[in-house]
Design a binder for this molecule. Structure first.
Ligand code: SF4
Ligand code: SF4
Length: 135
């Protein structure tokens, strides 16, 4: 059955960024430049943090916004066809939760593929893969 990444307990997030670093490691890279997951402050440390990552929309605005068909439906979420992408950033603008990250070096979008690697590295149980209904 298909699985989708879920933020199951954001209250436990301490902004350690191990999730984002694990994600970037899938390219064998350090740093966070090509991580598909981000953590930002919710407005002061006492308010905690927000984990920003693709929610695998059923009808993805990012896909519809792309003028060259460079975003396709994946088993869960979407896949970016980098060869087709012209770097226009329409997908960045279209995602209502800001989950399309941008690879400044490559000039291409980075979108979570729901592999769950980040969840395996989060020591606090903030992230998990959950089964998708009908998937
Ligand atoms: S990147 Fe944004 S718009 Fe595209 S599928 Fe994920 S949440 Fe939806
Ligand atoms: S940046 Fe690339 S993937 Fe995003 S909308 Fe433009 S052409 Fe499509």
């Amino acid at each position: 059955m298909a699985k989708r990444l879920a933020v199951v307990d954001v209250e436990r997030c301490v902004d350690c960024l191990l999730c984002a670093q694990a994600c970037a490691r899938r390219f064998g890279e350090g740093g966070l430049a090509r991580s598909a997951i981000a953590v930002r402050s919710a407005g002061g440390v006492e308010r905690g943090f927000v984990v920003v990552v693709c929610r695998a929309c059923d009808d993805p605005p990012c896909l519809h916004a792309c003028p060259v068909g460079a975003i396709e439906k994946g088993p869960v979420g979407v896949r970016v066809v980098l060869d087709r992408c012209i770097g226009c950033k329409a997908c960045v603008a279209a995602c209502t939760i800001g989950a399309v990250r941008w690879d400044e070096g490559g000039g291409k979008p980075v979108i979570c593929v729901h592999c769950g690697l980040c969840a395996r590295f989060c020591p606090y149980g903030v992230l998990a893969l959950e089964e998708v209904e009908g998937g």
